[in-house]
Ligand binder design. Sequence first.
Ligand code: R5P
Length: 294
Amino acid sequence: MITVVFGFEDSMAAAERLGVLLELPTFQVETRRFPDRECLVRMPAPARTAILYRSLNDPDGKIVELLLAASAARDRGAERVILVAPYLAYMRQDRAFHPGEAVSQRVIGRLIADHFDALLTVDPHLHRIADLSEAVPGIPAISLSAAPLLASLIDRAGHPVIIGPDDESRQWTQSIAAPLGLDMLVASKERSGDRDVSLTLPEADRVRGRPAILVDDIISSGRTLIEAARLLRAAGALSVEALVTHCLATAADLALMRAEGMERISSTDSVNGPTNKACLAPRLSQALQEHGLI
Ligand code: R5P
């Protein structure tokens, strides 16, 4: 038995890109839903090390299928089951912001730690903890940065300004702007609802007549970047584009973002979609090898 990469219907193309680079066989986990919506999961091949590849956008059903797949892989003889989830869900709720709220980061992190031998992900949304292993304790939990990949998409013509839409985006803004020698600005954000944010951008006039490139870890509803694009346009930016690690926006939200003047929206392929411009497979493959996971 050998090491095998397993994808799911939604992640098979990306799993195959990883399998090709690692020169490993890749199979699709078989899943089906019973009339009552319970799922049946079948591992199509044995493996000594099973790499399960799936991003956790739209996570609830996927998490159950992954837990069943990990168990079935062990039943078929797997000694190690590794989760490669380029987008990792439930990392934002790292405390109870209001009395009675579940701390989902802790619950999901422990669930992953209990069922997998290692986790590899990209730019998890961690606010108040420094290290992913605090959220996913007891197993190697490796977090990669997509910043170098996003930086490689930047056209430096016209001296663009790199803009972070909120303080949490500063880490990506800095690690993209600094090596390229580009100017950067970081806005302040206040969120009053899922689709209700307001931004202020000190020194916004520095973008006048120059391309503005917004950088963030994730587009969810798109409201953060829409508000940022409005500020930048009002400040006289020549053009506005967005570069993110994970794009979870719906087609309707993407259309709204374009209508608000975002000429180009680019993301990694962590979540399938029309904004995918940077392939994570080489970085994931390198990390699996460097960390001795395969
Ligand atoms: C917030 O801290 C994140 O970095 C993103 O800015 C945010 O999650 C984007 O969400 P939305 O697209 O719904 O504004």
